[in-house]
Ligand binder design. Structure first.
Ligand code: FE2
Ligand code: FE2
Length: 366
């Protein structure tokens, strides 16, 4: 496949000279060439739409290639010298599989993580952000889906959307179980998430939304890595919910580079990427901790110091939910970062067969 065919967008204004027929020898051919160029640029503008905007301003030499860059530039930026003929945008080294699950949410223990109210409500808060958060990720990826010609990345985007849609569905059922079985006041929090993300869709441009999604995806990927690496983290989750979190962690690992690769292909601005990650971190911590506080207050557990100490140990020591992710988190701020530079396929391989068995059962039961 040629490099130019990997992106739907034709060459930008910066590359427009390549559109001119050569040589331009006679004056009587000059006006014809100009007309041809004008009509091609008009068609470029019509087709690429959103891509035209960043292409019209000068770009410093050292700035990462933007949407008007051809894939050859991306390949060179990534250190591949083979040019556009063999360069692909996707760097995911595995097949991303969409698994339909249908977990039984009955009999949910109130404090389902090691009987600890503080940790359970921290994870409940996380789950509350998932359904609408994952729909936001799908929306931001769909904004650019049509611009990609790399068949591998196209397939991975479809799988990403399928996986995130299923995560949203299962976490929606989990959140409903928390409401139905334990009367947790999640409705207002779910509504807050819906409104906040509707605001973000209006306030942020599509490229900003995609940059935020790439940042959040790295966040979920490093949390997933922790859950897969530290078996004690999963073992303390009661019942079927350990299976659900494990499934989510495996799939977050499988698709961890999809939004990132898409962002690099259609924009790739380093400063927007890292700024978005800083913002994503701020919102993520603020919203999750605020929800945890509210749930603890509702359950009159704010003064439960035994569980508070257990939560501090969970975050800082075992499994070190906060401390152990810091190095991988900071890695995202490196200019040459890519999610698969940390190859953790060995953490998901042992779970693939078990997930397939469960998936089969779930489909049969449906
Ligand atoms: Fe997800
Ligand atoms: Fe994800």
């Amino acid at each position: 496949m040629s490099g130019e065919s990997l992106l739907a967008a034709p060459p930008c204004r910066r590359h427009r000279t390549s559109l001119l027929p050569r040589p331009m020898a006679a004056n009587d051919r000059f006006s014809a060439d100009i007309n041809l160029q004008a009509s091609r640029l008009a068609s470029h503008s019509k087709v690429t739409g959103l891509f035209m905007r960043p292409c019209t301003r000068p770009r410093p030499r050292d700035r990462p290639a933007g949407p008007c860059a051809d894939p050859d530039t991306s390949a060179r930026r990534d250190g591949r010298k083979d040019g556009g003929e063999t360069a692909m945008i996707s760097k995911t080294p595995l097949r991303i599989r969409v698994r339909r699950m249908d977990y039984d949410m009955s009999g949910l223990r109130r404090y389902w993580y090691n009987d600890n109210a503080w940790i359970t409500h921290f994870l409940n808060a996380l789950s509350t952000t998932f359904p609408d958060g994952e729909r936001f990720f799908i929306h931001s990826v769909r904004n650019f889906e049509q611009q990609i010609r790399d068949p591998e990345l196209q397939a991975q985007i479809r799988a990403f959307i399928g996986q995130e849609a299923n995560h949203g569905k299962e976490h929606e059922a989990f959140n409903q179980a928390l409401i139905d079985q334990h009367g947790l006041p999640l409705e207002s929090k779910l509504k807050f998430m819906k409104n906040a993300l509707a605001w973000a869709k209006k306030r942020w441009s599509p490229r900003e939304q995609l940059a935020m999604t790439a940042g959040f995806e790295h966040f979920t990927a490093i949390l997933a890595n922790l859950l897969l690496e530290r078996k004690d983290a999963i073992a303390d989750i009661a019942g079927v919910y350990s299976d659900m979190f494990l499934w989510h962690a495996v799939e977050e690992t499988e698709h961890k580079a999809v939004a990132f690769d898409l962002y690099q292909a259609v924009d790739g601005d380093y400063w927007l990427r890292v700024k978005s990650m800083a913002l994503a971190t701020f919102f993520f911590m603020l919203v999750t901790l605020r929800m945890q506080y509210s749930l603890l207050k509702h359950d009159n557990q704010l003064g439960n110091w035994r569980d508070a100490l257990g939560f501090a140990k969970f975050m800082l020591v075992k499994p070190g939910f906060l401390t152990r992710i810091i190095p991988q988190y900071l890695d995202y701020y490196r200019p040459g970062f890519h999610p698969w530079q940390h190859d953790n396929r060995h953490l998901i391989d042992p779970h693939i067969a078990a997930l397939a068995a469960h998936e089969l059962h779930a489909v049969k039961a449906a």
